[in-house]
Design a protein around this ligand. Sequence first.
Ligand code: ATP
Ligand code: MG
Length: 361
Amino acid sequence: MNIQVKDLYKNFGDFQAIKGVDFSIEEGKLVGLLGPSGGGKTSILRMLAGLEEPSSGQVILNGKVANGLTVQEREIGFVFQNYALFKHMTVFENVAYGLKVKKVDKARIKQRVEELLELMGLAQTINKYPHQLSGGQKQRVAFARALAPKPKLLLLDEPFAAIDAKVRKDLRLWLRNVISEFGITTIFVTHDQDEAIEVADELLIINSGKVEQQGTPWDIYHRPASRFVAEFLGNSNQLISPVTLKGFEILQKYQDGQEWKENSSVFIRPEWIEIRPLDVSYQKNAGETAEVTHVHFRGDAWYIELQLADLKLFTSLSINAPRYQVGDQVNLLIHKLSIFSDVGNEIAGNSLLNVSLSYHI
Ligand SMILES: Nc1ncnc2c1ncn2[C@@H]1O[C@H](COP(=O)(O)OP(=O)(O)OP(=O)(O)O)[C@@H](O)[C@H]1O
Ligand SMILES: [Mg+2]
């Protein structure tokens, strides 16, 4: 199903929760909806599902205005964090429920439910009741129940929030495979950025009732459209006071007096900082000199904190890279910065290094 949302507003009393949201999603895409708590993610999903009417604006499903249609008429399946299974029904009965409502004949129901449970790795649980299942199994039953009536759109609102980290990781990979097998358009709300980046074709970042940015995880990470997105997605060093850095004369443009503090932010992604052993030839060129102030083992990487004059920076290094110790003097090659200000936003390459600003390999 393809989706278009046009100028959507939602007021709860005199509180405006959704403030003019526009986006479209192509058939078959898996879209991650991300944003801070209270931003409006659930409200948007509920309006798509038909559980809530917009105050104004349109929800267009497969080219037809869906405002006013019921959940069933929209052919949408959903799994919400607290959308519990029917306690008094077995796994079979839970998954069969939507098909029964649609008055599908018994033999077809049996076939479809068994097929789905097989696919979900739940065949063994068919006669069990929800209290006899683990959290991960319950959530998979909820998916099977949502998928059984062959919805054209699947809405998932933090479906794994109550599940522990390891199981959650397995489930999200499983989910991605199931969804791509079904080819069903899916919108997936999560607070877990890694989860979103790993699973989604596209991300939609929502903040304060508005869309901040829509795009592939790659594009959003590398080309955040706003200061908010730069700060929200991934890790960055954020410079909060004026600095001079070799190869970034461009910073002067943003650093006039008071303006800098109030209206400019500079972000340096950790992977834009390269650590090199101390060497005079670097220092003559783009190399800044810094001290290693903290080294922390992260399993697959070293997390390293550095002091460059007044600046505290962090970066990470492959576990296979030469090891640095606290107190070591090192050279830093800073490849890029991203700058957000009233004057404009830009990604700046180090003029002393041969830096490509193109991310399209
Ligand atoms: N039924 C309601 N009545 C009044 N206000 C509501 C209602 N539903 C949501 N809100 C408000 O609308 C705003 C958006 O809520 P929503 O649940 O959509 O946020 P969210 O992005 O899903 O947040 P979270 O990540 O915490 O789930 C919040 O300020 C919330 O308090
Ligand atoms: Mg929510």
